[in-house]
Design a protein around this ligand. Structure first.
Ligand SMILES: Nc1ncnc2c1ncn2[C@@H]1O[C@H](COP(=O)(O)OP(=O)(O)OP(=O)(O)O)[C@@H](O)[C@H]1O
Ligand SMILES: [Mg+2]
Length: 587
């Protein structure tokens, strides 16, 4: 083995860079933060080839004086903190003095700057950590311009790991938009290969900015403020009302002390309160701006400063819940009924049970309805009631099919369950799960044959998209066509659907779900895609007539796998007479 030796500074720099700079989006995040820390009211970012060949950023902030320019690209060179105590009170976005050093280690960087009150601008270059002397340069106005070229030119492994330009742009949007929300009074521009993706002039207030940035209707946003003085908590909420329902949690933003952060606990509390007004399977949009005493947050636990730890988490959770509940309950608007409404939105949080053998599933009755009904059965665990049999047993399938086909329809319950009687058993069919199974298999067959049955619309359905979704659409338009969605672009924030696969009740949700799927771009695993499509969509048919229920059961029995919904939940349960006997104390 080689002797222990200290790595050369150039190797150290590349390793350190790996922690801060993962992809173009991380560079954009760091540079935007620097511009905002410098008090810029105008921040413009231009990308070329997904940011791989060029990331250009221009701001009108305080600029960097010549002497400081000379110190840039050194590790721990920062103007933002000086002592360890300062770490306890960080108010700026940056504080480590790591970002430019790391970027300079893995790219070709040029910085031009004209500092406040000075006449002469200066520039400096660095490539792969090697710096040149500062030179005078001409600049029109106060501020800083940074060009980052050929990212990862000296770390080919990293470079290879980058995704397509379009995917990298989506990642950039994901890091860029939180700052756009956080600083509504600043002007933000983002372009890619000369095309404008974001151009948002200063907004009146955070609600107006949120609506403009996320392409949401401001009428559906509620805002409120609250504080808990003793604990030092202050809160500003921008909450989407029940009219904004997303198939994913992609429009949920959290900011703590002026920094976009992630916190599972906080997100859990917020989403949980929304369950009071929103069904499972759809997710709300919100932006939560929280201020706590800087001494109560630790931002230093993640190198990219994404994750925060907050003291008094329990207190905070309670406070958040009350505030949100109050706002939603007192000011939340009524649900508007669009032309095509999902009757039973599918819970997208239920774990998909792919890979779990069917006989390992149990149906657990008696649990509260917000607990997913199916979960892998731990080894050796017996079903709770043996009379509640979710049917997954292969050998019994054919006789079961026969029994179900013979079964007599006796009614529906809660407009959700169809009841059938056969011999000594009551079969309870979950109408929604059954519909999903039928639709899924039909859709899968059509997809496999390359012939999706479509409905041509006289009036197109307009779907508003976030910038990320629009970017995904540009990339995936042709694949969407295979699914039966022919669409044209209306503007940067909306598309018009001219055809839909038949039977889909909420095309906007389905299109969003498809655009969110990374695999959609790859030549397809039709099963996964069909599942995606039908997950976000359920046929109409709330109150079914008796014939329809019987008809549905026939269709179901014609399916390859009638016993589970495409997401692995049981389609029906069988209750034997013995179950009722026991409950009536007859045994
Ligand atoms: N756009 C800018 N305008 C003015 N000063 C800047 C700008 N970008 C960087 N600087 C100066 O360069 C210094 C180093 O920036 P860098 O991003 O590397 O570190 P930082 O922001 O202090 O900390 P962090 O690593 O946490 O981002 C900053 O402290 C700031 O003084
Ligand atoms: Mg910084």
């Amino acid at each position: 083995m080689a002797h222990v030796h200290v790595l050369s500074s150039d190797v150290i720099a590349r390793i350190a860079a790996g922690e801060v700079v993962e992809r173009p989006a991380s560079v954009v995040k760091e540079l935007v933060e620097n511009a905002l820390d410098a008090g810029a009211t105008y921040v413009e970012v231009n990308l070329k080839e997904g940011g791989k060949s060029l990331i250009y950023i221009k701001d009108n902030g305080s600029g960097i004086v010549r002497e400081d320019l000379g110190l840039l690209f050194q590790r721990h060179a920062t103007s933002k903190i000086t002592s360890a105590e300062d770490l306890e009170q960080v108010l700026s976005l940056g504080f480590r003095g790591e970002a430019l050093y790391s970027i300079g280690a893995v790219a070709e960087v040029n910085v031009k700057s004209l500092a406040t009150g000075l006449k002469d601008a200066w520039e400096i270059d660095v490539k792969g950590g090697v710096k040149e002397a500062a030179r005078p340069v001409a600049m029109a106005g106060q501020g800083t311009e940074i060009r980052v070229k050929e990212l990862f030119f000296n770390t080919p492994a990293r470079k290879k790991f980058l995704k397509s330009d379009a995917s990298e742009v989506e990642q950039v949007l994901n890091v860029f938009m939180p700052y756009v929300l956080l600083y509504p009074d600043r002007h933000f521009i983002l372009t890619h290969n000369g095309r404008t993706l974001v151009d948002l002039a200063p907004a009146e207030n955070v609600v107006e900015r949120t609506a403009a940035a996320l392409n949401l209707d401001a009428r559906h946003l509620l805002s409120g403020e609250g504080a808990l003085l003793q604990e030092g908590f202050a809160l500003r909420l921008v909450l989407g009302d029940i009219n904004i329902q997303r198939p994913r949690r992609d429009l949920q933003y959290l900011f703590v002390n002026g920094r976009p952060v992630q916190s599972r606990t906080v997100l859990f509390h917020v989403n949980d309160v929304y369950r009071l007004v929103m069904s499972e399977g759809v997710h709300p949009a919100f932006a939560i701006f929280l201020n706590v005493s800087p001494a109560d947050v630790d931002v230093n636990i993640h190198p990219a400063k994404r994750e925060v730890r907050i003291r008094q988490e329990a207190r905070l959770g309670g406070f958040l819940r009350t505030q949100i509940e109050q706002l939603l309950m007192t000011r939340g608007g009524a649900k508007e009924i669009p032309a095509r409404e999902p009757l039973f939105p599918f819970p997208s949080d239920v774990p998909i049970s792919e890979g779990v053998p069917a006989d390992k599933m149990i149906f657990s009755p008696g649990q509260s309805s917000d607990i997913p009904l199916c979960r892998p059965r731990p080894q050796n665990e017996e079903p709770v009631f043996s009379e509640f049999v979710a049917h997954f047993d292969q050998q019994r399938e054919s006789s079961l099919k026969d029994r179900l086909l013979r079964a007599r329809f006796i009614g529906t319950f809660a407009h959700k369950y169809h009841l059938f009687e056969e011999g000594q058993s009551l079969f309870v069919v979950d109408q929604h799960a059954a519909q999903e199974r039928v639709l899924f298999e039909k859709f899968r067959r059509q997809l496999a044959a390359g012939a999706v049955e479509v409905e041509r619309l006289l009036t197109p359905v307009v779907v508003s998209l976030t910038r990320q979704e629009k970017s995904a659409f540009d990339r995936l338009e042709d694949r969407l066509k295979l699914f039966g969605f022919e669409a044209t672009v209306l503007d940067e924030g909306a598309i018009a659907l001219h055809t839909l696969p038949s039977d889909l009740s909420d095309p906007a949700q389905v299109v969003r779900a498809l655009l969110a799927d990374d695999d959609l771009g790859a030549p397809g695993n039709t099963d996964v895609l069909a599942r995606r499509a039908c997950r976000a969509s359920v046929m109409a048919g709330d109150r079914m007539k008796a014939e329809e229920s019987v008809h549905q059961l026939k269709h179901l029995m014609a399916c390859d796998d009638p016993f589970t919904c495409p997401h692995g939940r049981p389609v029906f349960v069988e209750l034997k007479t013995s179950f009722f006997d026991r409950h009536f104390l007859r045994t």
